[in-house]
Design a protein around this ligand. Structure first.
Ligand SMILES: [Zn+2]
Length: 318
């Protein structure tokens, strides 16, 4: 049973009536500090003249920061817009670490059922390996525009790899459906969130998964209905037709069933259950969870300190 506790989310900053805006590069001040161990390290070509140097440093810093902080990336800001809703989920694992996941909704309002399902998955996933894995998911984006799945050619439900650098997964409007998921799980939405988290979990396990479950390289790639070249195939049964497209999808769909209905996976695919149980053990520790909803001007957007310290190395890049 989960015990609820009050998390210390500071809302005092969100009292103003200005529309929230993202932090941008004009807000930042770049300060060179060779002695600060936390300074951002950038590498500049040794051949640059002093005149070119300053501009090269600023450019390199911007590229690096936009690659790590999604709210500084113009591409992402233009694509997503400003969030309409924020749900902050706080979970404490045992007596030790606290994790926080921010759900930013850029599209239609989420129902209470959607929110409860997200909390349920975060809570389950936080119990794996003492929270080591869920720490890689800091943000869940609910997007406002659909896109095509490059395997099926139909609308896609979610995306993990695209947002990997930002420790984010994204769910598309098509993924909000509550109908039966392709794996047989009762809710497409809930299964999609679990599936995308599965991609984050799965990266390190993929080579072993391929070996264990007979995924082999095909001699000539087959083009999937959505246009992607399929490089691998398996003769072993999968939890869904979609899982049979690709080993990473097989692993992620299996993780979704493992998280949401482990008994079914154990019964129907005992080998896959055993593999996941060995690598992603769900520990029985109590996870304390709280979720807090904000909308409009109360939404808090992430930011970094306005003073960015950096140091420059001048190594030759081979
Ligand atoms: Zn996937």
């Amino acid at each position: 049973m989960a015990i609820y506790f009050l998390s210390m989310i500071n809302t005092s900053e969100a009292k103003g009536y200005r529309p929230k805006e993202y932090q941008n590069f004009d807000d930042l001040r770049f300060v060179c500090d060779d002695d600060d161990p936390n300074a951002v390290v950038i590498n500049i070509r040794p051949s640059l003249s002093d005149d070119e140097l300053e501009r090269a440093i600023i450019t390199a810093l911007k590229v690096k920061l936009a690659g790590e902080c999604w709210w500084l990336s113009d591409k992402i800001k233009n694509e997503l817009g400003l969030p309409k809703e924020q749900t902050t989920i706080t979970a404490r694992i045992g007596e030790a670490d606290t994790i926080e996941v921010d759900v930013y909704n850029f599209g239609e309002s989420l129902s209470d059922q959607h929110k409860a399902q997200i909390v349920n998955i975060i809570m389950t996933a936080a119990r794996i390996n003492n929270g080591e894995i869920i720490k890689k998911v800091k943000y869940i984006f609910i997007g406002k525009t659909d896109k095509q799945n490059e395997l099926t050619g139909e609308l896609t439900s979610g995306e993990a790899t695209l947002r990997n650098n930002y420790q984010a997964i994204q769910i598309y409007p098509h993924g909000l459906r509550q109908d039966k998921h392709r794996t047989g799980l009762p809710s497409s939405f809930e299964a999609t969130v679990a599936h995308e988290i599965g991609h984050v979990f799965g990266d390190k396990l993929l080579a072993d998964w391929e070996n264990e479950f007979g995924w082999k390289k095909v001699e000539q790639a087959v083009i999937a209905p959505g246009g992607r070249a399929i490089q691998k195939t398996t003769s072993q049964p999968c939890v869904s037709d979609y899982a049979a497209f690709d080993p990473a999808e097989d692993l992620s769909d299996s993780v979704a069933v493992y998280l949401l209905d482990p008994e079914v996976l154990k019964r129907i695919h005992p080998g896959k259950f055993k593999f996941l149980e060995a690598h992603l053990p769900i520990l029985s520790e109590v996870v304390h969870v709280k979720s807090e909803n904000k909308s409009g001007v109360d939404i808090k957007l992430p930011s970094i300190d306005n003073t960015v310290k950096y140091k420059v190395t001048r190594k030759k890049i081979m």
